[in-house]
Design a protein around this ligand. Structure first.
Ligand code: PLP
Length: 235
């Protein structure tokens, strides 16, 4: 099942690339394995998938410990400062850095560990009360200070647009994130090649709007079940 799902997702990425006149190699598929057991991650890994996303440290640590070292783990959840060290030790990239204060702290911990972590700045692109992320004016105000954090390899921006059943409703938000990236590159001479945007429902649209990293969970692993209903982070 997972092997077929992965094939379908990869074919759809491929056709979205053709439509958008982009190269397939520009897109990194992050298989979001949160709430799914290690056995399924191993199945996906054996089918050739090497990059996985997790949103809680506790859940990820036990998986990292028992799965192949070759797996590249990306942290896509909310980052709590008391967990930064363990997140850095387990993950190659962090997609949820959402304040200057947190970024400065990650920089400090990374310096202590001798690391240069890959960072995506999460932007609350639709300025939703329920979501984390920099507001647009905040990221513009903080960019200079963020770029001065020498341990952080800030590769680009990440967003989670408002929840909708219609993938097209995400398009303007993805376009907005891409334009914000252009503005930051122009105003701050920053180099921000990466856009982490698009999930199971809208990754094809995201690729059309410039995504380089798509975070796809349920389309690969199946529906997740949550103790309290839906995923609080995504609503
Ligand atoms: C869970 C999650 C995803 C994957 O969502 P699906 O709809 O299952 O593809 C992507 N990004 C973040 C930040 C998530 O928390």
């Amino acid at each position: 099942m997972i092997v077929q799902n992965l094939e379908v997702v990869k074919e759809r990425i491929q056709s979205s690339c053709i439509l958008a006149d982009r190269d397939f190699s520009e897109i990194q598929l992050i298989a979001v394995s949160k709430h799914f057991p290690s056995s399924l991650i191993r199945e996906a890994y054996e089918a050739g998938q090497t990059v996985f996303g997790e949103s809680t440290l506790q859940e990820a640590e036990s998986k990292v410990a028992c799965l192949p070292e070759k797996i590249e783990w990306h942290f896509i959840g909310r980052v709590q400062s008391n967990k930064v060290k363990r997140i850095l030790l387990n993950f190659k990239a962090i997609h949820g850095v959402d304040s200057l204060r947190l970024a400065s702290y990650v920089d400090e911990v990374a310096a202590n560990l001798g690391m240069f972590p890959k960072i995506f700045l999460q932007v609350n692109i639709a300025e939703e009360k329920s979501k984390g992320g920099f507001l647009i004016r905040e990221v513009l105000n903080c960019m200079e200070a963020l770029l001065a954090l020498k341990r952080l390899h800030i590769v680009g921006l990440m967003c989670i647009p408002p929840f909708s059943d219609d993938p097209e409703s995400s398009r303007p938000w993805f376009a907005k994130l891409r334009m914000l990236r252009g503005q930051l590159e122009g105003e701050f001479s920053a180099v921000l090649p990466s856009l982490s945007m698009g999930m199971s429902g809208d990754y094809m649209v995201a690729i059309g709007e410039g995504a380089t990293h798509v975070r796809v969970g349920s389309a690969i692993f199946g529906e997740r079940s949550y103790p309290g209903g839906s995923d609080p982070q995504l609503k």
